[in-house]
Design a protein around this ligand. Sequence first.
Ligand code: AMP
Length: 221
Amino acid sequence: MRIILLGCPGAGKGTQAKFLAEKFHISQISTGDMLRQAIREGTPLGKKVKDILDAGQLVPDDVMIKLIEERIRQSDAANGFLLDGFPRTIPQAQALEQLTPIDYVIDIDVPEEEIVKRLSGRRTHPASGRTYHILYQPPRVADRDDVTGEPLIQRPDDSEETVRQRLQVYQTQTRPLRQYYQDHNNAAARHIPEYVFIDGTGSVNDIRHKILSQLHKEISI
Ligand code: AMP
């Protein structure tokens, strides 16, 4: 099973990605998490992209394409994967087509006003990428990760100003992917992705069920 999760920042991609990856025994590949890890570790890639992430802008396509190409060649991706945060532009989508077939594009749609509310309350466990929300999905102990007990942080790009900037970038650069995948939709074909639209408002569980009810294709080769 190879899945792309589309949807604006804060649509719930990360939360659903974790669940789907476990359910189908596939690797979750979050390009945002990969970049943040590179920044934490101070690698050349991390140094190159830090200011871009802090500003809520997109990392250049050639950098991202190379990163994803290397990542999906790793052995744990052989059984399938779920892309969370890639592609984010049409050139990235076109490059991905040259690399691998995809079974599903799941597009989680949430209105913009709801997003700002969600992201400014989001808290993250940096090491695992697990996320919480101070009101909608609080950790068991305030400001602590449920699994490790380590402190949660607010991502620097989850401040309201940067969230608005990221949403604007999403509208101009990533939103065209919706039309792109709707036009390339083919439920019957094995190697053309099936486009699935999901109303992303409601509880985490509701959205999970909506997604599962739409996945019916056999696992691809
Ligand atoms: P995310 O955690 O998916 O919201 O990603 C955080 C940030 O990483 C984004 O705001 C971008 O700066 C960068 N990023 C992640 N994935 C991509 C991508 N596919 N193309 C360009 N920039 C990306």
